[in-house]
Design a protein around this ligand. Structure first.
Ligand SMILES: [Fe+2]
Length: 742
């Protein structure tokens, strides 16, 4: 079995990183996105979940109550460590290529992880998957191949106590209308399951719907919300969390898991992005509970923003196996639109979106109102000496296992709260100079587009030359592409529309949301888009000239072998007829009689000339056919490489220098490394979050049979890395004291 897996891995038979710029995949995803967003509006799976979940209110409220480790109900028991703490893991954006997904699954499955100074960290009793559990479209097959298989193989032991699994759906989970997600993760809702859902490796799915509220010992809660394509929280979900909030009160502490980091999205998209997070946070706090941290995936990097005023950590942690995202575009300081409790009756003068959110979730008898305010959140530690008591202080840092694992003390944060580092991110972005070579299918797609443009231009070029009477000679526009486009556009409306369409598309494509001043955005977009357009136009012209050159050589060769003999024969025959005609005329002048009838000779000549013309026309047709074949053969791969070089250079320029298109540029790179997840330790008075990073994932040949790499592990993985995975803490452990929470 292990050998089969290793063989399949080496032969690339196991899932590879998703090639996001494969034109077929782009088209499929585009169609899926439209269909699923329409389906989501007309047939919201969440409403079906609520309708088919026939639990009483009491059952609903206490379903995931793991607060009592000695609970009579075995399904509600959770194992604590020797000091009474409960451990929970959080991972998001996983099922992509096999190697990174398996590497992360094997880390999660291990009994404990050795983190040097910090010591050994015990595995999580609960695993939270934070969204985008499989790529690209999260169908049942993709869940099976890209998520379940690696997790099953990483944790095969059936003699180990089951761990619990909960998942929040991300946009990729929603691409099939949430059907496959519901089938897999919400299987505990099936009557026949008796509350015990599907096993994925050593983890058992426990949730009944695509959202959940887990109660842990020591008044800690984890809420997972389903925001469906960042649209909204459905009524069933609001009712559920409203019911849960009634079980809570002052002294309860909440961690919210949500599919998107609205604090990052809002920077570009506006405050509306905060609506879902605001809604769920108001529900969590309306009876006095405190929110300590908000966790999100979707962006495949690690970043942590914090506000001392709010006492909340906003953590993005989407490195569960999906390709790495850029970090150099992240700002050190952001503004978050956060609801604060106000006196009853005080009106809110904030955005309409916020008012709508509040009205939807607050009831008349709730003794609390909220008002949205702006708070600065920072990815760097605040060195302000006047900061509140709860703030982390900057002191010399001698970390030791004893201190970090011992009694509560604020930690120093010397490392940036971003991973991979901004410098690494910029350097990685330079890899797009080699775009054609790591995204060859994308290059072929561009080559095909180049071919279409070039083919049209070729046809029009002949037409223009014919009308100008300059066929076959140098024409002025050959010195200017723009002049040619001008002339060609007069000849063909289709060509004109194609050129304008390309320009318009590339201008619209420019991601100007990073430009701070809105009035500048259209100008910046037009400038960068036009430069990009001209670069492609130049590339198409260069490739067309190259192909024309090859065709000219080909035509010479072609003429020599196919038309030289018949044309020469005919030319000779015409010359012979002409000679006969002259001889006949001379005979008439000298002797008064023709040697041959001139009319017959004329008829013969007309016939031969006509035959010659036909051959010439045939030759032109052959040339055009040759262009089609040669053009396709040359233009698609060579034009594609040139086009992808232009595109890659565009991404390097815009992403590295201007911080635009970072998602697209990094999607094309398919980087398997810089993975990460969170390990959390919940204790009576504090929560410690350990962000764990893995810089490099072993490649296909970096895995061996377990017997070849030391003693057997309790989780019995099918294959193990040749050398131990080099994990590290991304930053010092984040300690949240209950009193810090806002
Ligand atoms: Fe994702």
């Amino acid at each position: 079995m292990a050998r089969d897996i290793l063989k399949a891995l080496k032969n690339k038979k196991l899932p590879q990183m998703v090639d996001w710029y494969d034109p077929r995949l782009l088209a499929k995803i585009g169609v899926r996105e439209v269909i699923s967003s329409v389906m989501g509006q007309y047939a919201d799976q969440r409403l079906l979940q609520a309708a088919t979940d026939r639990a009483s209110e009491d059952e609903l409220a206490n379903r995931y109550d793991y607060s009592n480790p000695q609970n009579e109900d075995q399904l509600k028991r959770i194992e604590l460590d020797g000091k009474g703490a409960v451990w929970v893991d959080y991972i998001a954006d996983l099922g992509d290529g096999f190697e990174p997904t398996y590497a992360m699954a094997s880390l999660l499955a291990s009994e404990s992880l050795d983190l040097g100074d910090v010591g050994h960290l015990r595995h999580g009793e609960i695993l939270i998957m934070g969204g985008d559990q499989a790529y690209p479209q999260a169908s049942r097959e993709q869940y099976r191949n890209r998520l379940q298989d690696p997790y099953d193989l990483a944790f095969t032991a059936d003699d180990q106590p089951e761990r619990k699994l909960f998942a929040v759906p991300g946009n990729h989970d929603w691409y099939d209308g949430l059907n496959a997600f519901d089938n897999l993760f919400c299987s505990a809702r099936d009557r026949s399951s008796r509350g015990q859902g599907t096993m994925i490796g050593g983890w058992q799915c426990r949730q009944h719907r695509s959202y959940f509220a887990i109660q842990l010992p020591h008044n800690w809660w984890i809420w997972g919300a389903d925001i469906q394509f960042s649209n909204n929280l459905d009524d069933g979900q609001i009712n559920y969390f409203d019911l849960i909030s009634e079980q809570m009160g002052p002294g309860d502490k909440v961690i919210i898991c949500i599919a998107e980091p609205s604090w990052l999205e809002a920077e570009a998209q506006g405050y509306d992005e905060h609506e879902n997070l605001n809604a769920i946070s108001m529900l969590a706090r309306k009876t006095g509970a405190q929110i300590c941290a908000v966790l999100a995936g979707d962006w495949h990097h690690y970043s942590r923003y914090h506000s001392d005023n709010l006492g909340i950590h906003f953590i993005t942690c989407g490195g569960g196996g999906a390709f790495a995202h850029a970090t150099h575009q992240l700002k050190n300081k952001l503004t978050v639109h956060w609801p604060v409790a106000t006196k009853t009756g005080e009106t809110s003068d904030d955005s309409l979106a916020f008012d709508t959110a509040e009205k939807r979730i607050m009831k008349g008898d709730d003794n609390i109102d909220f008002k949205a305010q702006e708070f600065e959140i920072s990815a760097q530690e605040d060195a302000d000496e006047n900061a509140p008591e709860s703030a982390h202080k900057t002191r010399p840092r001698p970390p030791s296992a004893k201190r970090l694992l011992g009694e509560a003390e604020p930690f120093d944060h010397e490392k940036p709260h971003i991973y991979p580092s901004r410098l690494t991110s910029r350097l990685l972005s330079l890899r797009n100079f080699a775009l054609p070579f790591h995204n060859f299918k994308f290059a072929l797609g561009l080559g095909f587009i180049y071919f279409i443009y070039s083919w049209m231009a070729f046809g029009i070029d002949e037409e223009i030359q014919y009308f100008q009477g300059s066929f076959g000679t140098d024409t002025p526009y050959e010195k200017s592409i723009v002049w040619f486009v001008y002339l060609a556009s007069q000849k063909s409306i289709a060509f004109f529309l194609m050129v304008v369409g390309l320009w318009f598309g590339l201008v619209k494509y420019v991601d100007t949301s990073v430009i701070k001043f809105k009035f500048l955005r259209p100008w910046v977009g037009a400038t960068i888009g036009t430069a990009h357009f001209l670069a492609h136009l130049l590339a198409i012209a260069m490739m067309t000239m190259l192909v024309n050159g090859v065709i000219y050589l080909f035509s010479q060769f072609h003429n020599n072998i196919t038309t030289i003999k018949p044309t020469a024969d005919l030319t000779k025959q015409i010359a012979a007829i002409d000679n006969a005609h002259y001889a006949s005329l001379r005979s008439f002048i000298a002797k008064g009689s023709y040697l041959q009838d001139p009319e017959t000779l004329m008829e013969q000549r007309v016939e031969k000339v006509s035959q010659l013309q036909k051959i010439k026309v045939q030759r032109e047709r052959d040339l055009f056919a040759a262009y089609r074949i040669l053009g396709a053969l040359l233009m698609i791969p060579l034009g594609g490489i040139l086009g992808a070089l232009v595109f890659g250079t565009y991404w390097v320029f815009t992403c590295t220098i201007l911080s635009m298109h970072c998602g697209d540029a990094f999607g094309a790179l398919m980087i398997k490394d810089y993975n990460h997840f969170l390990r959390m330790k919940f204790e009576k008075d504090k929560l410690t979050i350990y962000p764990i990073g893995l810089d490099r994932v072993p490649r296909a040949r970096g895995w061996v049979e377990p017997s070849a790499a030391g003693p057997l592990r309790p989780n019995k993985p099918k294959i193990v890395p040749k050398k131990p995975l080099k994990i590290h803490l991304i930053e010092d452990p984040i300690v949240i004291h209950a009193k810090d929470a806002g």
